[in-house]
Design a protein around this ligand. Structure first.
Ligand SMILES: Nc1nc2c(c(=O)[nH]1)N[C@@H](CN(C=O)c1ccc(C(=O)N[C@@H](CCC(=O)O)C(=O)O)cc1)CN2
Length: 281
């Protein structure tokens, strides 16, 4: 069977290249698209990711503001920081890096982000509405998964898509986005009792479970498409890649798959928001 390695770096580059002229045009009009990231605490992986996001912004000529709060930060202190960014007209996108320390009400903090600046697609109204087909921005990793399927012209309508994971910024929104494209979607989770049986029925498998090498090769139906949204320590995905490669017709690697496209979709949403701000003024 011909195998397609779904190259996330290629897809991410295509997205970023499509943004270059848009950024230049905005700058000519006096608007530099600006993404503000908030990191709370000292998780090394989270620090890596916000740095990647900042560097990606700057490489495109966009502005990046990186706010780093201590791990002792309270929910109220975080809400004050978010409100200041909401009110700052030079900031077009706000991202609160997940996860936050346990004392913080992450949902309350996500929902404090002005929906017009929710380029990460995490606010209840934002992601929920978008996942149902309208609203502002889809969550970035779900948007990345849909972008990869689109870039490689992988059919979705009528296909059985199985999503493993139901997190609010990944499993649930990607399930909804696939449903919006007329897939038949099964969303599995920690209480699913017959996971392997269900995955074996999938034409499209989306791994969003947060467990390294969790999806086994013999769970993959011959010809299935596998998208690994995992970002476990050591850049290990949720999919046992070599084992799942055997039966799959197309598969994303980790690193070099969904991750880079996630970043590129964040940049796109920030440029979208900057252009919206121009129309609003
Ligand atoms: N508020 C958010 N928090 C988090 C999100 C998110 O979308 N919004 N996603 C994940 C992690 N993540 C972004 O933060 C992320 C993880 C990995 C990558 C990536 O490109 N990884 C590379 C390998 C890493 C490297 O090059 O060192 C790859 O897969 O090729 C991008 C984004 C958690 N939190």
């Amino acid at each position: 069977m011909e195998k397609q390695i779904l190259d996330g770096r290629l897809v991410a580059d295509s997205v970023k290249n499509s943004l270059k002229e848009r950024v230049e045009n905005l700058i000519k009009k006096g608007i530099t698209p600006c993404l503000a990231t908030i990191l709370v605490g000292d998780d090394p992986s989270s620090e890596t990711y916000v740095n990647m996001k900042g560097k990606a912004c700057e490489k495109l000529g966009m502005k990046s503001i990186k706010i780093h709060l201590s791990k002792e930060t309270s929910t109220e202190e975080l809400l004050e920081t978010i409100q200041k960014l909401n009110e700052d007209d030079t900031v077009h996108g706000i991202l609160l890096q997940h996860p936050v320390p346990s004392q913080i009400d992450e949902r309350k903090a996500f929902d404090a982000i002005d929906i017009r600046k929710d380029v990460d697609g995490v606010t209840s109204f934002g992601y929920g509405q978008t996942a149902l087909g309208f609203g502002k921005f889809p969550s970035c990793t779900p948007a990345a998964i849909m972008k990869i399927l689109d870039y490689y012209e992988i059919p979705i309508e009528g296909k059985h898509a199985v999503v493993i994971g139901r997190s609010p910024i990944l499993g649930k929104p990607v399930s909804a986005l696939l449903l919006n494209e007329n897939a038949t979607v099964t969303t599995c989770h920690s209480r699913t009792t017959n996971l392997a049986e269900i995955v074996k029925l999938a034409d499209i498998v989306v791994a969003a479970v947060g467990k390294p090498n969790f999806i086994q090769g013999d769970w993959i139906k011959p010809g299935a498409v596998v998208l690994d949204a995992g970002y476990n320590k050591g850049n290990i995905g949720d999919v046992d890649y070599e084992a799942c490669l055997v039966n799959s017709s197309a598969i994303t690697p980790v690193p070099g798959g969904v991750g880079p496209v996630t970043i590129s979709m964040l940049l796109k949403h920030t440029v979208d928001a900057a252009e919206e701000s121009l129309k609003a003024n």
